[in-house]
Design a protein around this ligand. Sequence first.
Ligand code: UDP
Length: 454
Amino acid sequence: MEKPHALLIPFPAQGHVKPFMELSYRLIDRGFKITFVNTEFNHSRVVAASSDHSHIRLVAIPDGMAPDEDRNEVGKLCDGIFRVMPRALEEMIRDVNESDDDKITCIIADASMSWALEVGRTMGIRGAAYWPTSVGLLALILHIPKLIEDGVIDTDGFPLKEQIIDLSPTLPAMNTAHFFWLHIGEDPTAQCSFFRCLNHINQAIKLDNWILCNSFYEMEPSACDSAPNILPIGPLLAGGRPGQLEGNFWQEDSTCLSWLDQQPAHSVIYIAFGSFTIFDRRQFQELALALELSGHPFLWVVRPDLTDGLSDAYPDGFEARVANRGRIVGWSPQQKVLAHPSIACFLTHCGWNSTMEGLSNGVPFLCWPYFVDQFVNRTYISDVWKVGLGLKPDSGEIITKEEIKAKLEELLGDKGIRARSLELKVMARKSVGGGGSSSKNFNNFIEEMKLEKC
Ligand code: UDP
């Protein structure tokens, strides 16, 4: 009998490739064969950063950008994707089906790449969307057509005036100036492209596909109820199996785990800002000095491009002064770090994956959002779930070392935040455990996919 064969295609960014990789392994556990589509640019990074990829067929298609163009320019990336990827995907599916006895039976596409579901539909292949960020954000995107119809925003996503709007009786009120698609930088053209990409998600909904979400019902009940085809299946945390391909763009430095083993319980500040965040010299130094001033042990992820190419970003003598209690790595095994008993708190950019990982491990957050959805996630963390604190910039828009140190002390001393973090950890684990809401949703999804042969 033919195996069910799923093709997975994430949006080409680290915070999407990793959760898609984890979903692939969950499908493999249920008897699926997997073909995983990266852009050529990301494919070479994933292969270079990993040693084992035997269980998953990794394939690559172009993203429409020149080899040396900056993939962090999200607007340009979205344009390139629309221009070249649909046709390239169609050709790739034909090639796979010609060479493989198990034909592709379903496509699971990033919700922001729902054109891939249209490609599948024209080829007679069923599909589902996967949305690896918050359901609250998805609910807002689903309101976009109505916001345009009501004259709240124009067709490029720009608010016609600043106002507070109630999207639905069950979702928090929102200021139109804070819509997350307005926060990807200064360039209005890039913003339009990004908005167009997001608005495509509404087609995924119209196509009557499931939209799997990396969240759980109990955490975002009203958002989950905002459309009938939203199916929360999270938190899907990466890294459960030995030798698993993680989909990292940078090579993990796992030596920090044995360093963590030597630290007292709940003593270490973990600092990581995901894959996009860039710091200028002044702000980077202020953070370094805050860590020095705090006196706590710390593990800090300083990605090779975190300071945008500065070769001497650290304050003079900093590394030598903190060598006995600080560890700096280029890319960490983050999920394992956050699960480590020595971790006291997480200074984070509030990317959704980082948020889910911290939350599932009961780790309190100090929030430092950088762009797009991260501001919404910060609001969830500090105001809705109350498991963390925010940082306030000074009048020159700098987050000072004094502010960071003071908030770290406040966070570490706040017993209420720690207790709530542990409650959410239990809720998160329950949702993916036997009989939990996410686990039931995932089982139903798998049964349906298998029954209808996708
Ligand atoms: N991550 C990691 N090692 C690091 C930093 C981040 O493995 O040193 C992972 C992290 O666990 C998460 C992903 O990279 O799964 C980042 O996704 P997120 O949504 O948090 O942020 P983004 O990179 O999209 O801004």
